[in-house]
Design a protein around this ligand. Structure first.
Ligand SMILES: [Zn+2]
Length: 417
């Protein structure tokens, strides 16, 4: 019976993913201005949960999110995931460890607070470094809701556990320590340095990389992880930045002419606390680029203002995010910044490089609220701007390739200007 249900679910899922592709996803609704004054968040109780039947779970690590757990059958474990506060965008992040005294197969059900839709396909790991998606033949996502045309409200799957730790997470677990280790390794190159531009609300460093010619009057800004679960955006940013650091003619020439600043983890509190969306101030940081009520956005803006005060200019900003499928949010084409036309040219070049790739581009209207990073930086500093959203399920090798090609095309096009 169970296999029949799984098969039926797969068929429904397959059919629902076979809608005609002639219309592209239109992206999110235009974002509206909201108060970004600090609001309280609920901290998770960090602990080991002994649920019975020799089964244990833990959320006692950076990036974890596990708010409640119950043994709901002999070998059935039901997880409850809740957000840091509400209202909040539906991007329920989860990450926890699980193990058992004896080897067994359990049915693991991930549920959320009422009304919240499941978003991330679960991944498992034995070392918190190498991740594999749960086998689709043992996976089921709330077929009743899906059949009604709604988002699934839970997912469940069979999981083999034993006395060794198994990690379960919404995406690959990459917390601020991992990000800063990566940045630290990169900074060993002679043309890269690392420094801190400020502190997060909870006092974590907001580090940045400086790549290229520090004397150059021409600067670029790169941002990532404003939204904690958006790991695929981070993976693209990583490949993008590594290409800027490549040892080849193009990258070397580019680094002679330009100075690039990379803030690889804008929201370290949110990342390390396993938040769905917000910083420790309980606010979506990417809505705080007009009022600057949060220390993270304040610090980045102050940093950029100080660089501009040295008679230098920002020509480009890219902010990496994740969403349901790859999409570029750009500035209204009639608005001209410090290097008009480069963003459409870069995206066009991407389309030519990747066979069959038809990029989804959504220019913001000219009168859009100036509350997100790229729109705000365009208006304050004149940097040509793009928010690059990477799909949650885009194959990781393709993400890497796109991140790299974005850098190659950016460098070629900016050097021609
Ligand atoms: Zn985002």
């Amino acid at each position: 019976m169970k296999y029949y249900l799984i098969f039926a679910a797969s068929v429904i899922f397959f059919l629902s993913s076979c809608q005609p592709k002639d219309t592209k996803w239109e992206g999110q609704e235009p974002i509206k201005k909201v108060s970004t004054l600090t609001r309280p968040i609920q901290y998770q109780l960090k602990q080991t949960f002994a649920v019975g039947n020799g089964i244990f779970l833990s959320n006692d690590f950076d990036g974890a999110r596990l708010n409640g757990v119950a043994l709901t059958g002999e070998n059935e474990v039901t997880i409850l995931i809740t957000p840091e506060n509400t209202p909040i965008n539906e991007s329920p992040w989860y990450a926890f460890k699980i193990w058992s005294e004896t080897e067994k197969a359990i049915q693991l059900k991930i549920t959320y607070n009422e009304g919240v839709g499941h978003r991330y396909y679960p991944k498992i790991s034995n070392d918190a470094k190498n991740w594999t998606p749960v086998d689709s033949t043992v996976y089921l996502a709330d077929t009743a809701s899906v059949a009604r045309g709604e988002s699934p409200k839970f997912c469940e799957f069979t999981l083999a556990i034993n006395s060794d730790t198994t990690w379960v997470a919404a995406q690959e677990l990459i917390v601020s320590k991992d990000i800063y280790n990566w940045a630290g390794e990169l900074s060993e190159k002679p043309f890269v340095s690392i420094d801190e531009l400020g502190k997060s609300k909870e006092g974590r460093p907001i580090n940045y990389l400086q790549i290229g010619n520090p004397e150059s009057k021409k600067m670029l800004m790169v941002l990532s992880r404003q939204h904690p679960p958006e790991v695929t955006g981070w993976l693209a940013m990583k490949a993008f930045t590594e290409e800027l650091c490549a040892i080849d003619e193009l990258s070397e020439k580019f680094r002679d002419e330009y100075c690039i600043y990379v803030v690889p983890c804008v929201n370290p509190d949110g990342v390390d606390n396993g938040h769905w969306r917000h910083g420790a101030g309980g606010i979506d940081l990417n809505r705080d680029w007009e009022d600057f009520n949060q220390p993270e956005t304040q610090a980045i803006r102050k940093f950029m203002q100080a660089k501009v005060a040295e008679q230098r200019k920002f020509y480009f900003i890219i902010d990496f995010h994740s969403t349901y499928e790859d999409i570029y949010y750009t500035i209204a084409p009639e608005l001209k910044g410090n290097m008009p036309g480069i963003v459409p040219k870069i995206i066009q070049a991407m389309a030519e490089d990747i066979p069959g790739y038809d990029p989804n581009i959504r220019p913001n209207a000219a009168d859009v609220e100036r509350i997100n990073s790229t729109v705000s930086v365009f208006h304050e500093f004149g940097a040509e701007a793009v928010t690059y959203e990477v799909g949650d399920d885009t194959p990781r090798e393709l993400i890497k390739e796109k991140g790299k090609l974005t850098a190659v095309n950016l460098m070629e096009i900016m050097l021609e200007n």
